[in-house]
Design a binder for this molecule. Structure first.
Ligand code: NZQ
Ligand code: ZN
Length: 390
């Protein structure tokens, strides 16, 4: 087990009756609020009206940045940053899914730069230590952005989708009412669930089970929770327990608790961000297609015990004594979860993706040093995995 520092200052208000605390959290930073939201789901659900009335009713002045895209663009974040400077915004309120919260973080960081431009920060890989405060109201259990230090911003002109991180990007407060995700369409529910599952799996077993059992057991608990409750949320979108379990799993997967004492890796995420950058696909769907192929590709004597343990602990597969066979059964269980239970299309070609950009995507994903994870990958490996997904 490695030494570690754990610090997550995000204050989470979880449950049905927490929104009354929103004005107090915003007023800690001032009276001028920039509300950031997406393409209109919060207007259709009534959440927009609720937020407006809470904020204005408490004497705050409200400005808006609407229309944040899934896979949020740097241009949208820049627009928000310019507005922050022009109006002297004190705090940013993101109401939506991961894209909205990510865009709000991009706005928060860019607002502190001279040119109100987030892209130089993103492309330089700087760790952001100064940003406007962000408060999040979550509507989609998926990305963990409500509790983590990251945002992922896309530049469609250059086909790049890159993470920007920093202590200053952790939301100061997050409101997680599972009811806000009742209106989520089945496809987004499925993609969000697989995203949570993969956040943990990408990072699974990296410290070895003998040395760090506590984190492994917690990782498995989060994955088991997704496997158990996602199908229930799909069948019964207004099942509070299902939505609540998924929402807290979303936060737990990336709030750094599961990184303690181990190393953070994200092999499928590195490969998926290239797919979204080139083809603007839904993040969780790209992960679902990649993950079982990645597991098959990396399966060897060294990785089989980890994959076998995944099958046993997460999918309840009884050990046969043959580790390689059991690992294959575990991979089959991951496929069945993604494509049968969640109902996601199983191949890139079904999403209209062919081999054209595989080499460029693989090289960009590897960034010169390769991809770390349960097994290290180079660009050749990544091309091979993309081809297995066709
Ligand atoms: O835009 P609106 O109208 O709000 O509709 C959204 C959008 O169309 C809709 N939606 C969200 N909540 C809803 C709802 N519709 C009805 N009812 C609700 N309650 O769902 C669609 C997708 O929303 P989006 O925010 O794009 O989904 P998600 O939460 O999965 O976020 C995906 C983005 O987050 C990034 C992804 O790469 C992607 O860009 N990620 C961010 C991470 C982070 N910050 O740490 C890590 C992740 O690995 C991920 O990369
Ligand atoms: Zn993800």
């Amino acid at each position: 087990m490695n030494d570690f520092i754990f610090h997550n200052p995000d204050k989470v208000y979880f449950g049905r009756n927490q929104m009354g605390n929103l004005p107090g959290e915003l007023l800690k930073f001032g009276r001028k609020v920039l509300l950031v939201y997406g393409g209109g789901s919060i207007k259709r659900s009534g959440l927009y009206d609720q937020v407006i009335s809470l904020v204005r009713g408490s004497g705050m002045e409200l400005f808006e940045l609407s229309g944040v895209e899934p896979n949020p663009r740097h241009t949208t974040a820049n627009k928000g940053a310019a507005l922050c400077k022009q109006e002297g915004i004190d705090v940013i309120l993101a109401v939506g899914g991961g894209s909205t919260i990510d865009c709000a973080k991009g706005v928060a960081a860019a607002a502190k730069t001279e040119n109100s431009d987030v892209w130089p920060l993103v492309s330089s890989g700087v760790w952001v230590m100064d940003a406007l405060p962000v408060v999040a109201v979550l509507t989609n259990a998926a990305t963990g952005s409500e509790m983590d230090a990251w945002c992922v911003i896309s530049n469609m002109e250059t086909n790049e989708k890159i993470g920007l991180g920093g202590d200053a990007l952790i939301p100061r407060a997050a409101f997680e009412n599972p009811e806000f995700s009742f209106t989520l369409p089945p496809y987004q529910t499925a993609c969000g669930a697989f995203d949570i599952f993969n956040h943990v799996l990408d990072n699974y077993y990296l410290a070895g089970d003998a040395t760090f059992d506590l984190v492994l057991e917690m990782q498995e608990a989060v994955m088991r929770t997704v496997v158990k409750w996602a199908p229930i949320a799909l069948k019964e979108p207004e099942n509070y327990e299902a939505r609540a379990n998924l929402m807290w799993a979303s936060s737990m997967a990336l709030n750094a608790i599961l990184d303690a004492g181990t190393v953070h890796a994200c092999p499928c995420h590195c490969m998926e961000h290239e797919l979204s950058a080139y083809y603007d696909i839904t993040h969780g769907h790209g992960l679902a297609i990649l993950t079982p192929r990645w597991l098959s590709y990396i399966l060897n004597e060294d990785t089989a015990p980890a994959i076998c343990r995944l099958g046993e602990k997460v999918f309840g597969i009884k050990k046969s004594g043959n580790v390689a066979d059991d690992a294959k059964k575990a991979i089959a269980a991951v496929s069945a979860f993604a494509f049968d239970t969640l109902g996601l299309e199983p191949s890139l070609s079904r999403l209209g993706i062919d081999q054209t950009h595989f080499r460029a995507m693989a090289e960009h994903a590897c960034g010169g040093n390769g991809i770390v994870g349960l097994r290290a990958l180079n660009a050749e490996d990544v091309v091979n995995i993309y081809e297995m997904c066709l």
